[in-house]
Design a protein around this ligand. Structure first.
Ligand code: HEM
Length: 321
């Protein structure tokens, strides 16, 4: 076989690479000789992935419930991947920030639009039976969902509304004691913290606080402020952050709430949620008024938060831009 100049140049580069690490290139070439060709299924660990759906009951629709939660968690992972890229980037430029924000928005759009898979995709009677085998687990315990929130904004915006003013100069630890989600997780009957919440905190509280500390200066809002301080034109960034705010804090919660209403509403009395929350009062965005970027919204928009028109207005606005 003729070793043409191109191959020779590559071999020389390889030789340099291995020599720099004190390694023998020939042994590595032997390795290549015997290595298997990569397959699609090995590369993406397909068999493992498809073995991760293990229903607790014989109801066929439980598998849909598991799969859609897993799909959502994978999308959350995509969102977090972009948040990390933004937070870790040294000397971040506007184009990089903007491109990543657009990716994040795309993921959340996909999640919001696909929620009908949950809403229309299971038989209510099956759901109502298999859900009792899942107690006290709840989507409420999605740690990735809360990590996205921590990356998105200053921690103080995740504190219960009534407590914010008094805690704004306190430590993250003190603020965390009044984090908004604790207020949702009280037992309907006794008023005590739910087991769902206790287990969630035991698993995640330390990592939430570590993350909040590490992104104090690099969460999406702080990165935005850096551009603003440099007097860059931030109109496009501002629009993207507003879009993201509506998606995470209105559109997705509304799509999700719709599924709770479909499966848990049964006149005259609502059905108790697996996490034990007073879900009718906790889940609707118009009650929670979670807003990542209050500075980017007019007072009236904040007052009307979670009511349909906010999303509609914003949608027509982004179409115009
Ligand atoms: C039939 C479908 C669903 C129903 C009936 C439902 C119901 C509920 C209820 C009642 C809550 C309040 C907490 C509790 O008491 O358990 C909740 C919270 C939550 N669920 Fe779901 N859920 C569904 C699907 C999903 C899916 C697919 C996800 C994706 C991961 C998800 C993620 C969450 C999250 C993140 C929360 C916390 C929301 C917050 O704190 O504002 N849920 N869900």
């Amino acid at each position: 076989m003729e070793i043409n100049p191109e191959i020779k140049a590559r071999l020389e580069k390889l030789q340099e690479k291995y020599a720099a690490m004190g390694q023998d290139m020939a042994s590595y070439l032997d390795g290549l000789l015997y290595a298997d060709f990569l397959t699609y299924w090995d590369y993406i660990h397909l068999d493992t992935l498809l073995s991760l759906q293990t229903p607790k009951t014989p109801f066929p629709d439980e598998e849909i419930f598991i799969l859609y939660h897993q799909i959502t968690e994978l999308y959350f992972k995509l969102v977090l991947h972009e948040c990390k890229q933004i937070a870790d980037k040294k000397d971040i430029d506007k184009a990089f920030f903007e491109a990543r924000l657009k990716r994040i928005i795309n993921y959340f759009e996909a999640l919001t639009q696909s929620f009908s898979i949950m809403v229309d995709g299971m038989e209510k009677e099956q759901f109502l039976q298999f859900r009792m085998s899942l107690l006290p687990a709840s989507g409420f315990q999605s740690g990735q969902y809360r990590m996205i929130e921590i990356y998105a904004t200053d921690f103080i915006n995740l504190i219960a509304q009534d407590e914010r003013e008094k805690l704004k100069s306190e430590s993250l630890e003190l603020q965390y004691r009044q984090i908004y989600w604790k207020y949702g997780a009280t037992e309907l009957s006794s008023g005590k913290q739910t087991l769902t919440l206790k287990q969630f905190e035991q698993k995640y509280s330390a990592s939430f606080l570590t993350l909040a500390q590490s992104v104090k200066e690099t969460n999406l809002w702080q990165v935005f402020l850096q551009f603003k301080a440099k007097e860059t034109d931030v109109t496009s960034l501002q629009n993207l952050l507003r879009r993201f705010d509506v998606l995470v804090n209105v559109n997705w919660p509304l799509a999700h709430y719709k599924s709770a209403v479909k499966y848990l509403n049964r006149e005259p009395e609502e059905i108790k949620a697996t996490g034990g929350t007073n879900w009718q009062k906790y889940l609707p965005p118009r009650f929670q008024k979670r807003i990542f970027y209050p500075e980017l919204w007019h007072e009236i928009e904040q007052l009307e938060w979670g009511k349909a028109w906010v999303a509609e207005v914003l949608h027509s606005q982004t179409q115009e831009n």
